[in-house]
Design a protein around this ligand. Structure first.
Ligand code: OOG
Ligand code: NI
Length: 479
């Protein structure tokens, strides 16, 4: 029996290697990491209750390693190859994001781990976009771009061989995993040399900077790596002191007592020296820095309300600075409950249920057959709500592990100074994307719903309340 290194361990090593590479190449990323670490430490010291809550639900240990990255590819074969590469690390395509409507000619998914233990270990995610060449209007240029892309290979022979070995054996040995991490890293490395001459670069760049970024280089260089902060407003405020200029506004929902979904901000892409195939010297800008603050995952009902309120706020906050923009968001989002119990009862967010120490005592009593201490309780009346009210069960919001299309478009755009902001006419095309990927993308909402249902079942079983109905509780009741 060969012994394999777990996909979680491979992912953990890979995300650390990627972070080290990016830190060496983009020093501002290192500065940002330090700032985020400082703010996180100060936030936890100032809010021991938050620290305890994160700890109790496996969210604290991962904080220091938590990152997401982003890459962009040009062809179906490249996207499918990435699916196989990320599978070695237990990362699967979750969610479909259409950015064409916001004027960015790509559609995307996020490769990420999906189960609780894997997320707790290291939730490393990579936002992966596929260029939609069909949105280039100029036929000749479109064909030229397709030809250039068709002739490149973004994976090293060693990476390909190890992906195949993983698929054939069902895993990789420790030694192979080490080699895999090093080989896979090559795909995401920055190259100072473009594969095309200067006129070709300019022609593609004139269509859209993103097209030039995807087509003119040897591979899909990682364009940012994003640490997770517990207080994005504080980091945004302190970025200039650290010598980093943040983008104008923080994307996503406003600051809340109960944070929802995802808030993000970034710093502008660097202008980097490039040598073109005709020996022309020039520059290209692609790589930037970003931070994120993650809140709770919303149910379809919660998400619908979020999308509606965000659209209203955006109409009112065009052109405003961050402070004014946040004020508008605050005002508009008063219509969204900001109390965990209410969010849960109204089925707006997903929750993870666990036994409290008091609940553990009830479980032990149940197991040993003596429920003397419960004699006063008519168990038939104890449903999940009652168990929570009795202090046997805690409900902790489930962290949102995914992305937001409107925010993602805002991040793209802040780095594409000249980008068109009017949408492309082409419609979202999930089928095409899945065809290119060679697999279906996983529905992120189904993952949260399943996780919530499993946690509910576990506590009810532990308390010997399985037979109870769970009607009216949280999101499972919604349709
Ligand atoms: C991806 C931009 C989107 C996010 O966090 O929403 C993104 C890109 O620029 O390739 O990273
Ligand atoms: Ni990002």
């Amino acid at each position: 029996m060969p012994s394999f290194l777990s996909p979680d361990a491979i992912r953990d090593r890979f995300s650390r290697a990627m972070s080290a590479m990016y830190q060496a190449e983009v020093p501002q990323y290192g500065t940002l990491l330090e700032l985020v670490e400082t703010v996180n430490r100060e936030t936890l010291e100032g809010d021991p209750e938050l620290a305890a809550r994160l700890e109790a639900h496996d969210d604290l240990a991962r904080l220091g390693v938590e990152r997401h990255g982003a890459i962009r590819v040009g062809t179906a074969a490249e996207l499918a190859g990435l699916r196989r590469l990320f599978a070695v690390m237990g990362m699967q395509p979750v969610g479909y994001y259409d950015l064409a409507a916001a004027g960015v000619p790509v559609h995307s998914t996020a490769f990420r781990p999906v189960d609780d233990a894997a997320l707790a270990r290291n939730p490393f995610r990579v936002f992966t976009s596929l260029l939609r060449l069909e949105l280039i209007e100029d036929t000749q240029l479109r064909e030229r771009a397709a030809d250039i892309l068709a002739s490149r290979q973004i994976f090293t022979p060693e990476a390909l061989a190890l992906i195949e070995r993983h698929e054939a054996q069902g895993g990789l040995s420790e030694e192979d995993a080490e080699r895999f991490v090093a080989a896979a890293l090559e795909t995401f490395r920055w190259h100072r040399e473009a594969t095309v001459d200067w006129p070709t670069y300019c022609a593609l760049h004139d269509q859209h900077r993103l097209i030039a970024d995807v087509v003119c280089f040897r591979g899909p260089h990682i364009n940012h790596l994003t640490p997770r902060t517990l207080d994005i407003d504080a980091v945004q405020r302190r970025m200039p002191q650290a010598g980093i200029a943040p983008k104008a506004v923080i994307e996503g929902p406003p600051r809340r007592a109960c944070p929802i979904l995802l808030r993000q901000t970034s710093f502008k892409a660097l202008e980097e020296e490039i040598r073109f195939a005709d020996r022309q010297q020039g520059s290209h800008s692609a790589r930037f820095g970003e931070i994120e603050q993650r809140g709770m995952a919303l149910t379809p009902a919660g998400r619908e309300r979020y999308d509606r309120l965000l659209a209203t706020a955006r109409e009112r906050s065009q052109g405003l600075d961050n402070a004014a923009h946040q004020q508008v968001l605050d005002d508009v989002f008063t219509a969204f409950p900001d109390d965990a119990a209410q969010l849960r009862r109204h089925g707006l967010a997903y929750f993870d249920y666990r036994l409290t120490p008091a609940g553990e005592a009830v479980r032990e009593a149940t197991e040993s057959g003596e429920r003397a201490d419960l004699a006063v309780v008519d168990l038939a009346t104890v449903d999940l709500e009652a168990a929570i009210a009795r202090g046997w069960v805690s409900a902790q919001p489930i962290t949102y592990e995914d992305f937001l299309p409107v925010s993602a478009a805002g991040i793209f755009q802040s780095n594409l100074g000249d980008a068109r902001s009017d949408g492309y006419a082409g419609h979202a095309n999930r089928d095409d994307f899945e065809q290119a990927l060679g697999a279906e993308v996983i529905d992120e909402l189904a993952l949260y719903a399943r996780r919530e249902a499993a946690s509910r079942q576990r506590v009810m079983h532990a308390l010997g309340l399985d037979a109870q109905s769970t009607e009216g509780v949280g999101s499972a009741a919604g349709g």
